[in-house]
Design a protein around this ligand. Structure first.
Ligand code: ADP
Ligand code: MG
Length: 332
């Protein structure tokens, strides 16, 4: 594997056991046969509608839900882990190296703890620091980096705005000096004006602390200015993946195009013939045959109903899983 890849997944699947009684062994495939490579130091975007499996994929890469199929490895140049077979010690170490930033800054912070204690908790739980003084130094250092006023460390989270709370969550995620961050809808709960501040902060921290991000969002417009590379997910599958500029210049999968047309400002030359995304994402417990998107695709043909398209190279690092992507280049 090329030595600039931090996370590599091949055929990764995650199934949840669901159902009661005689159905209790049914499996809901939330992530199905996903292969991705996340470069060190990159901002990797994962987009798709709610229910497409983004959170599950992010959590699987953090080893927070069990991987039920395929392979995933982590290699930061210092350690190299098989994420499907971590020993207890490795898992403890990986918890420090790979962290999650939550979506909801209101729910994520314990109301009874001071900001200092909230940020310090991972250091204490993972026994990273050996004295209160060392912990305090680490907390102050990361709080300053996250543009939190040091005066605020003594206060409780209710005293803060949404943007400030998200900065507290970010400080808490970064205090263990991780390499890999999964930011799951990290700005979705914030006002648009605050979103840009938080995104800028994440980008700045990425550079300063040499971080690699998996940035999860249902909103393509957020991904546009933040991510180097974007993967589009639908019903547990990757349907398209490309460097951001390439994806935005020439989306190829009908699903990606539909996501774009939901945001006219991103796609000025397509305004007149926008394809609206009709209907809802099907339930993963009752998946369509063939191409998972065929039930909503305006370009569906018989082949799409029976044969599942695999990701294929369209142009350099641009990959798409659609039987008709080449034909559709002519139709627009
Ligand atoms: P997204 O983050 O894209 O909205 P999720 O990964 O949260 O998608 O969910 C993917 C699918 O897995 C959804 O159908 C969801 O209902 C299901 N799911 C998520 N978590 C669980 C769970 N713990 N048990 C059973 N099903 C789950
Ligand atoms: Mg989610």
């Amino acid at each position: 594997m090329s030595d600039d890849i931090l996370i590599s997944a091949a055929g990764l699947s995650v199934g949840y056991k669901i159902g009661k009684g005689i159905f209790q062994h049914s499996i809901l495939k939330a992530v199905d046969n996903v292969s991705i490579h996340i470069k060190r130091g990159s901002f990797f975007g994962l987009v798709g509608e709610s229910g497409s499996g983004k959170t599950t994929l992010g959590r699987a890469l953090l080893n927070a839900v069990p991987i039920t199929g395929g392979n995933a490895t982590y290699d930061d140049g210092d350690v190299n882990y098989d994420l499907t077979a971590l020993s207890k010690d490795e898992l403890g170490d990986y918890r420090r190296r790979a962290q999650l930033i939550f979506q909801d800054p209101y729910a994520a912070l314990s109301p009874r703890m001071t900001v200092r204690d909230i940020i310090a908790e991972p250091l204490e739980v993972m026994k990273i620091t050996s004295s209160r003084q060392e912990t305090d130094e680490r907390v102050r250092e990361i709080a300053a980096r996250c543009r939190l006023n040091l005066e605020h460390l003594r206060r409780f989270p209710h005293a803060f705005s949404g943007g400030q709370r998200q900065r507290i969550s970010i400080a808490r995620a970064l205090v263990s000096r991780p390499q890999f961050i999964v930011a799951d809808e990290a700005v979705a709960a914030l006002d648009v004006s605050i979103q840009a501040d938080v995104l800028n902060l994440l980008k700045q921290l990425q550079g300063e602390m040499d971080l690699t991000f998996m940035f999860i969002s249902h909103d393509l417009s957020v991904v546009a200015h933040t991510c180097d590379h974007v993967a589009v997910m639908y019903l547990g599958r990757l349907v398209e993946t490309a460097p951001t500029r390439q994806l935005f210049a020439a989306p190829k999968h009908p699903y990606t195009k539909a996501l774009f047309s939901a945001i006219p400002s991103l796609n000025p030359d397509d305004r007149g013939r926008a394809q609206r995304l009709e209907g809802e994402i099907p339930s993963p417990t009752n998946q369509p045959s063939g191409c998972k998107f065929h039930t909503r695709c305006p370009h569906v043909i018989d082949r799409c109903r029976s044969e599942e398209p695999q990701l294929e190279t369209a142009d350099g690092a641009h990959e798409v899983a659609c039987h008709r992507w080449q034909e559709l280049l002519k139709v627009g």
